[in-house]
Design a binder for this molecule. Structure first.
Ligand code: PRP
Length: 215
C-alpha cells in the first residue's frame, strides 16, 4: 500500500488540523515530539505521511502530487489559482477578504475611478476589480502590514483579510466592500482523488462527520 501524504501549513493551523484528525483515529506521535525541527513525519501503521510547509506553498505541493491532501486558507487557494479539488471547509480561521480604506475612498470605488490598490493578494484583487466590478485599477503588491499603504499615500484602498477588524479600526480605516468569506479548507490532488479514492474519501468522510457532529 502506498503512503497518503498530507501537506500542512506550519503553525497553529497544522496543530488544529492534527487535533481534528486525531479525533477520527489518525494520529502521528512523531509530530508531537517537543523541539523537533523535522519537516516530515510518518505513521507506518496507517501508511500516512505528514509534512509541514509554508502555507503559500501548500497548493503547489498538492497540485504536483507531492502531497495528496493539503490544508490551507481559502485566501491562499484563491491566490495560487492552482488545479485542485477543494473538498471540505474545516470552519477554522474564519475571516473575510475585503476592500478597505478610509471612508472617503468609498466614493472613488463608487465612481469607478482609476485607483491604486495595495495588497498581498494581487490575483484576488485583479479578479475582483476586473472581472466582477469591471473597474480598471493599478495593483501594488506588498508583503505585509498592508494597512500602512493608504495611511502613507501609497494607495487609495487595500485588499486584505479582516478578522476582528481591530487593525482597521486602530488605523482609521474601514471595510468598504466584502469580496468573500474565508476559512481553512482541505484540498486534494486531482489524480490522487481517482487513484486513492477509497482511502481519501474515508478520511474526508470521517472529518465531515466530525465537523457536522460538532455543530
Ligand atoms: C492580517 C491581515 C490584517 C489583520 C487582520 O495580518 O493582513 O492586517 O491580520 O486582523 P484583524 O481584523 O483581527 O485586526 P497578519 O497579522 O497576518 O500580518 P501581515 O500584516 O504581515 O499580513
Amino acid at each position: 500500500m502506498r503512503y497518503i501524504t498530507f501537506a500542512l501549513p506550519k503553525g497553529r493551523l497544522a496543530e488544529k488540523t492534527m487535533e481534528l484528525l486525531e479525533q477520527t483515529g489518525i494520529t502521528c506521535p512523531e509530530m508531537k515530539e517537543k523541539g523537533t525541527r523535522k519537516l516530515i513525519f510518518v505513521n507506518e501503521e496507517l501508511k500516512l505521511k505528514f509534512f509541514l510547509a509554508k502555507a503559500t506553498d501548500v497548493p503547489t505541493y498538492v497540485e504536483y502530487g507531492a502531497a495528496d491532501i493539503g490544508v490551507v486558507g481559502r485566501d491562499t487557494i484563491m491566490e495560487a489559482g492552482r488545479k485542485l479539488y477543494e473538498v471540505l471547509d474545516l470552519g477554522m480561521g474564519r475571516c473575510r477578504m475585503c476592500v478597505c480604506g478610509p471612508k472617503e475612498a468609498g466614493e472613488l470605488l463608487k465612481h469607478r475611478e482609476l485607483i491604486r490598490v495595495a495588497t498581498k493578494y494581487p490575483h484576488i484583487a485583479k479578479d475582483y476589480f476586473y472581472n466582477r466590478k469591471h473597474q480598471t485599477v493599478e495593483i501594488i503588491k506588498l508583503n505585509g502590514s498592508i494597512e500602512l499603504a493608504p495611511i502613507v499615500g501609497l494607495s487609495e484602498v487595500i485588499v486584505d483579510i479582516v478578522e476582528t477588524g481591530t487593525t482597521l479600526r486602530e488605523n482609521g480605516l474601514e471595510v468598504l466592500e466584502e469580496i468573500c468569506q474565508l476559512s481553512a479548507r482541505v484540498v486534494v490532488n486531482q489524480v490522487s482523488m481517482k487513484m486513492e479514492y477509497e482511502r481519501i474519501s474515508r478520511i474526508l468522510g470521517d472529518l465531515r462527520k466530525l465537523l457536522t457532529e460538532g455543530q
